[in-house]
Design a protein. Sequence first.
Length: 294
Amino acid sequence: MKCGFVSIVGRPNVGKSTLLNSILDMKLAITSNVSGTTRNIIQGIYNDNDSQIVFIDTPGIHKPTHKLGNLINKKAYNNTEGVDVILFLVDISKGFGKGDQFILDKIKDSNIPVFLLLNKVDLVKDKTILLEKINELKDLYDFKEIIPISAKKNNLNDLIKCLKNNLPETDKIFEEDELTNVTTRFIMAEFVREKVLELTKQEIPHTVTCYVESYEEENDIVNINVLIVVDRDNIKKIIIGKNGSMLKEIGSRARHDMEKFLGKKVYLETYVKTLKNWRDEEKYFLELGLKEDE
């Protein structure tokens, strides 16, 4: 049995969470065009007849402009240590930029096999350009593999096959029915946060957070209360919307994802709270699961 840990790294918005969801064939990690959407380390466990692969979806590594950014980067770096393979994801439709080079410089001395995944190849219409880019990138580092993929289109069979060839023979790490390291409550809160970012576009900073205040199951019905925490009253007003219209739409879309994930009817209530006192910053980061000493 081929088993091991695989870390997914890359700049924000290159498709790391989409890749994880496609591999697992389920929505586990939220996606958004807003930088910094993924803030926590999410493990997704892939099982088939001859392998178990634990994929680690890390936050996008970027140039930090605040304390939260530093903590997010630190979490991403820490989760490239001790794994069996690193998947370095690049948005090939935008080319290989300074941010990509910054990440490569961080991981190339790890002595861990690095797969360079050229994502979003479906957006590169001229395949001769794709081949030229591959020839350029292969000289940057001794990549174990260079694999063009489209995480959204789910052409990932070659990737899984190559990963198996680079994983050790060992017993399964987790039980067959384990899917992730995060709780159902965490996933429900993330569904709400995704809809906040999706519907408000660039109006809302990615520091907005959500967490489940109550979660109760009764037969085939689940009652969930989710609190949305923001740092300014004007942001709170945007999320609530005129006569509560935006908050209602956020809840409606999030509930759809929850019901699909849980396979049950969901009754969802959402609230918005302003956390003005930034002397409580430590408490706020603890709510995000981001501790400075990690």
